[in-house]
Design a protein around this ligand. Structure first.
Ligand code: FAD
Length: 466
């Protein structure tokens, strides 16, 4: 069979893969985008960022209306129509995936539906519905993403034991839900189910949840989750699980005891693993890290000169915007441009209630690495806008280099922190000093003023704190 010839083939149409394909087409390259799933958009669009945020946003409504009585506004108890909630969420995904397909078509990117498999360094075999197709390419970008980790102890083959993918389907509201893992996925989805009415118990093996964030920033999130969830158990470990009729029997080691409990569903959110199975990479020169991610350098090049890799499959921060940035770098390098992944600020956001976001250096990292730093804080209890939102459980803090006043890191917890961190990311990218932020006029009354006030606090003249 005559192979299809192309300049670039991209395997995987997630936020990394489709961004790479689109950018390369914009630069005039002949591009084929290979995707095995029926909808484009990858994990992020279909079973990750977008559906989780849609559900979080919808269920925040429940929490907000429950908490409005002291403002003189009361509602009756909410009723939840799961079928309509699912349909609404699904309509968003359809719209976005349709948009990606439209943009691919308009750019002349050929989308090939099927599973890609590397036959050698320059040949990809694709199993399509019409049979096998072979693509000969000059360059390939692997963007096959990641999959939820499912350690053996949880793998009962019982649909009541869910990963995030199934949990996002919200098939039902389980009366008792066990969430295993206190990372951002466990905390976000625990928040959704608790708002819907499930009794949520979360177990985390470490001594704190959201371990990547500074403790003063995760505190407001934990305090609220402790009220919303039935219990958060730290340094707790699931020893075994078994099907017990329509429930799951779980044995948990906690506080020196072995607790045997029944749950209606279990959500396993203990991390993600690179998606490199059945890809045929052993037929190329591509190498892997000791954790199984594809090994790349700062140019997104693998050990095979024809193959680049980006996104979750190369590890680092498993985030859509990191995948997107890497897509740009890989395409620019393939296009012969000077580009590399170096000193790039990747913000992290946890869309819990309240939201938690940070970028650059955390205070804990600065201490651990012995980096000279000063911390300036602005508590949201002093923000008029936070008071008008009725959400003063927030904090904005800057980590500053005392020598140069350069901002090394920013952390924000509070309503809308995910939006606010963008200004901080720009400040870090531009090498801003605390003075740059302090002297920039911020609109009043907004939560963005908390960044300015934290910067002012660094110099000891914040208007609204002492
Ligand atoms: P993916 O999005 O994983 O896409 C990979 C694509 O490759 C898939 O479509 C897959 O079908 C395809 N593929 C795999 N193998 C083959 C093959 N052999 N042939 C053809 N196609 C193949 N990130 C954020 O930044 N913000 C968030 O709020 C956020 N929330 C999340 C919530 C949840 C519940 C989860 C699970 C993840 C979330 N993420 C979030 C992470 C984000 O989804 C990922 O970082 C992002 O999707 C990675 O993009 P990617 O392009 O590397 O791969």
């Amino acid at each position: 069979m005559q192979p299809i010839e192309t300049e670039l083939v991209v395997v995987g149409a997630g936020p990394g893969g489709y961004a790479a394909a689109f950018y390369a087409a914009d630069l005039g390259k002949k591009v084929i985008l290979v995707e095995k799933d029926k909808r484009l958009g990858g994990v992020c669009l279909n079973v990750g960022c977008i559906p989780s945020k849609a559900l979080l946003q919808a269920t925040h409504l429940i929490t907000e209306t429950r908490e409005s009585a002291h403002r003189g506004i009361t509602f009756g108890p909410p009723t939840v129509d799961l079928a309509r909630l699912r349909a609404w969420k699904e309509s968003i995904l359809e719209k976005l995936a349709g948009g990606v397909a439209f943009l691919a078509q308009k750019r002349g990117v050929q989308v090939l539906r099927g599973r890609g498999y590397f036959e050698d360094s320059q040949t990809l075999r694709v199993e399509t519905e019409e049979g096998q197709k072979f693509i000969r390419y000059q360059h390939a970008i692997v963007a096959t993403g990641s999959l939820p980790a499912m350690p053996k102890v949880f793998d009962l083959g019982n649909p009541r034991v869910m990963t995030s993918t199934e949990a996002l389907e919200v098939e039902e509201i389980p009366p008792r839900l066990l969430v295993v893992g206190g990372g951002y996925i466990g905390m976000e989805l625990g928040t959704v189910y608790a708002a819907l009415g499930s009794e949520v118990v979360l177990v985390e093996a470490l001594d704190r949840v959201l371990a990547g964030a500074d403790p003063d920033l995760s505190r407001p999130v934990v305090q609220r989750a402790q009220k919303a969830f039935k219990e958060i158990r730290l340094q707790a470990r699931v020893l075994s699980m078994a099907t017990a009729g329509k429930q799951i029997r779980v044995v948990i080691e906690y506080n020196g005891q072995k607790l045997e409990e029944l749950y209606d569903r279990v959500l396993v959110a203990v991390g993600r693993v690179p998606n490199t199975e059945d890809l045929g990479l052993e037929n190329t020169k591509v190498q892997f890290t000791d954790k199984g991610f594809i090994k790349v350098n700062e140019y997104m090049q693998t050990d095979d000169p024809h193959i680049y890799a980006i996104g979750d499959v190369v590890g680092g921060a498993l985030l859509a915007h990191k995948a997107h940035k890497e897509a740009r770098i890989a395409v620019e390098v393939i296009n012969g441009e000077e580009s590399r992944f170096e000193n790039i600020v990747i913000p992290a956001v946890v869309f819990t209630d309240p939201e938690l976001a940070w970028c650059g250096l955390t205070e804990a990292e600065a201490k651990e690495r012995g980096i000279p730093h000063e911390v300036a804080r602005f508590p949201w209890s002093a923000s008029g806008r936070a008071l008008s939102f009725d959400r003063t459980d927030g904090l904005t803090k800057l980590i500053v280099d005392p020598e140069s006043d350069r901002v090394l890191g920013v952390g924000i917890v509070g309503h809308g922190a995910g939006e606010l961190i963008a200004e901080a990311t720009l400040a870090l990218e531009m090498g801003a000093t605390a003075e740059d932020i302090a002297l920039t006029v911020h609109p009043h009354p907004t939560l963005s003023e908390t960044l300015m006030e934290a910067a002012e606090a660094y110099y000891g003249y914040a208007t609204h704190t002492l």
